[in-house]
Unconditional design. Structure first.
Length: 318
């Protein structure tokens, strides 16, 4: 393909994820304001479910095509990228205070999911029946979000009894922009990965380097775009909720689904059990311990997460 067409498609992907992120986050913030549900909860439910679609699609497609290592590596690698890179950047830029009531259980569920996955995969196979324990964690996560959402809506109605009813037309428009935003992010991410990889090859970058950068971070681009947009709009709680929620979904839903699709037995590679999952669990603990103990994130914590992620990337390259 002509290099100029490649560059144009790469730039189109970049434009789509930037504008899509803007529309997507504006829609999410509007939903939070219109319903009275706290921003952290919106980030942990609607936003995280939408941004994990690429990981779910890539992993299930990988299993169906016989690319099991890609499927497993994508699910675990996305969590690692979400924490080490994306949350690391967010915490360094905005070391926010968290609501312990909204944060604590979700953080514990994320660590539990990572620990359970490490234990269940130690034999080199993830079978479907034991993986139902992961679904149980996911069910608790959904139940907790429903409870928090109802509580937030009740508090909002009590504080603003005269809140104006949202018109049907306004709701349709905002939800349409929200949907267009996530679609633009997903399409833009695909263009960015495909044509970014092609550009890198044209410039002489080794394919092994492209594999652990473009592909590893590629499916986490929706979370990255949402986080960077949230930082720009000073919506830190939406960003943190999105990342925690996306990780719980990645850890507790994607691989059990892949196990079911693969006939009840999902083969887990040695690298996943020896390196990927331990690093993922370490990052989960590093991400949640300071907020659990002190109720806030710290810049030094974000720096440590970025350093650990860089070391993990270097280990993969070597």
């Amino acid at each position: 393909m002509n290099i100029w067409i490649t560059v144009l498609l790469f730039l189109l992907g970049l434009l789509l994820i930037v504008k899509g992120g803007d529309w997507f986050l504006d829609g999410a913030v509007w939903i939070a304001e219109a319903t009275g549900v706290p921003r952290f909860i919106i980030g942990a439910t609607i936003v995280s479910l939408a941004t994990t679609l690429p990981e779910l699609t890539v992993s299930v497609t990988g299993v169906l095509q016989g690319e099991v290592d890609l499927a497993v590596g994508n699910a675990v690698g996305s969590v690692t990228a979400n924490l080490g890179l994306i949350l690391g950047i967010s915490v360094v830029c905005i070391p926010s205070v968290v609501s312990k009531k909204q944060f604590n259980l979700k953080a514990v569920l994320m660590v539990t999911g990572a620990a359970l996955l490490l234990i269940l995969c130690r034999g080199g196979v993830l079978t479907f029946l034991p993986s139902l324990a992961m679904f149980a964690v996911f069910a608790v996560y959904l139940w907790n979000n429903i409870v928090d959402a109802r509580s937030g809506m009740a508090e909002s109605r009590a504080e603003h009894p005269g809140r104006r009813t949202v018109s049907h037309r306004q709701m349709t428009m905002k939800l349409f922009l929200f949907a267009i935003g996530i679609t633009a992010i997903v399409v833009g991410s695909r263009l960015l990965i495909d044509y970014g990889s092609e550009l890198a090859l044209l410039l002489g970058v080794p394919s092994s380097i492209i594999g652990v950068t473009m592909v590893a971070v590629g499916t986490s681009l929706p979370e990255l775009v949402t986080t960077l947009t949230a930082i720009a709009k000073k919506e830190a709680s939406m960003s943190v909720g999105n990342i925690i929620g996306a990780n719980v979904i990645d850890l507790t839903m994607i691989l059990p689904v892949c196990s079911a699709v693969s006939g009840g037995k999902l083969t887990i590679g040695q690298q996943t059990t020896a390196l990927d999952l331990p690093v993922c669990l370490a990052l989960c603990c590093l991400a949640v311990l300071p907020p659990l103990l002190k109720g806030k994130f710290y810049r030094w914590q974000g720096v440590l997460m970025l350093v650990l992620y860089a070391g993990y990337m270097a280990a993969l390259v070597m």
